[in-house]
Write a protein that binds this ligand. Sequence first.
Ligand code: SF4
Length: 130
Amino acid sequence: MSKRKTIIMPCSGIGKVHGLIAREATYAAADMANAETLCLALLVSGDKDARAKIKDADCIAIDGCPKLCAAKNVEMAGGRVVKSVRVVDSFRGHRGAEPGTATALADDGWKIVREIAADIACGLGKSEVK
Ligand code: SF4
């Protein structure tokens, strides 16, 4: 098993509920798996410390939509994406879901957050879901 640090990187996704789910799922997964996260904007702006951090880590990207801003920018910064999650895919098992808005999640949105986070935590060997 890799001894590299794990960084969970969400996309920015401002203005879309998918982006809010990506960020909340990042916090939940990082909490469950005791992993780190990093500001995507800092990485995109070329911050030296952020780039160094990303190069030494295995990254799990959580993107709101198929544009994959987090995954692509991690790779462009020289990072390694070991898992790429698309929030939009998580809706497939939730037809008719009402996830909330870009600024506030409803119950269905939180349910999707917990599913994404649990899947990531499980993949990192942390099966306990809070
Ligand atoms: S992946 Fe999609 S939702 Fe996320 S920042 Fe890019 S365009 Fe926005």
